[in-house]
Design a protein around this ligand. Structure first.
Ligand SMILES: [Zn+2]
Length: 269
């Protein structure tokens, strides 16, 4: 199959458009340098920007600052992170923390994509129904307390408080779906798949993401993916008739702890 990347239709909604915008496979704000030229229509661009910005300006703001991943808004300081402050009695009140003071924390969900778990393991269901969370931190968890009437931050304690309202599983899946979908088309061309699975997930028309997106826990441990920019690794992997993309984000410090996600892009021609 000849690789054709001169696109005439939007890679998300498949509508023909003369106004296709360039797409970053990984957003520029996360240090992404790979671009898929003329690939998204304006209305899809508006939809995808919304959930990407949720993640980039929400939970991942701290790590972006730590890694100095860059931003479109050069020289403009990052706004403080919105958080919940935990009082000694356990109640929470909304507050903010300067981005510089945030620890390096990531939340990942862990399970296998159903479609592959069924294929490979002969009918065995994914080991986890639902979402398991793991956290990875380089500064230890942060406790935010208000102990004496004034807001006070204590770093390095035991409890953690995330910006979960900004980091919903749905936004994360849509993010992973978009990364995998655009990467597959960039690498193999639009004609590689006869059926693309992720478009409705990316556009927010279905919450059926767990069928196609999950943690590639059945793959050998210690696998090293190809790095596509300073911070992230992506690799294509064909599984039976499916084209999948392996995604490992923020693999800057310790390759072995960051989960590898597998996203099932579609059925190969
Ligand atoms: Zn579109």
């Amino acid at each position: 199959m000849e690789k054709i990347n001169q696109l005439t239709n939007c890679i998300y909604c498949d509508k023909q458009s003369d106004n296709l915008t360039d797409e970053h496979v990984i957003p520029l704000g996360l240090g992404g340098t790979n671009i898929l030229k003329s690939s998204s229509c304006l209305s899809c661009n508006e939809i995808t920007s919304k959930f990407e910005n949720f993640i980039l300006r929400g939970h991942w703001l701290g790590i972006r600052k730590k890694l100095n991943t860059g931003s479109r808004r050069k020289n403009r300081p990052f706004a403080p992170l919105k958080v919940n402050l935990i009082k000694p009695d356990g109640t929470k009140i909304p507050g903010t923390v300067p981005v510089e003071e945030c620890t390096f924390q990531l939340i990942f969900s862990l399970f296998e994509p159903e479609i592959l778990a069924t294929e490979i393991q002969g009918g065995i269901k994914p080991y986890a129904k639902g979402i398991g969370m793991m956290t990875i931190g380089a500064g230890g968890p942060t406790i935010l307390t208000e102990s004496d009437g004034r807001k006070r931050r204590i770093l390095g304690g035991e409890k953690i408080e995330y910006l979960l309202h900004e980091f919903t599983a749905e936004n994360f899946f849509r993010f992973l779906a978009k990364v995998a979908h655009s990467f597959a088309i960039k690498e193999r061309g639009i004609n590689v798949c006869k059926t693309y699975f992720l478009r409705e997930i990316i556009l927010g028309n279905t919450k059926d993401a767990m069928k196609y997106i999950g943690n590639a826990s059945y793959l050998a441990q210690g696998i090293r993916l190809k790095r596509i920019d300073r911070f992230h690794s992506l690799e294509l992997l064909e599984v039976n008739q499916y084209l999948t993309v392996l995604v490992q984000l923020f693999n800057v410090a310790n390759h072995d702890v960051q989960p590898i996600y597998q996203v099932v892009v579609g059925e190969i021609q």
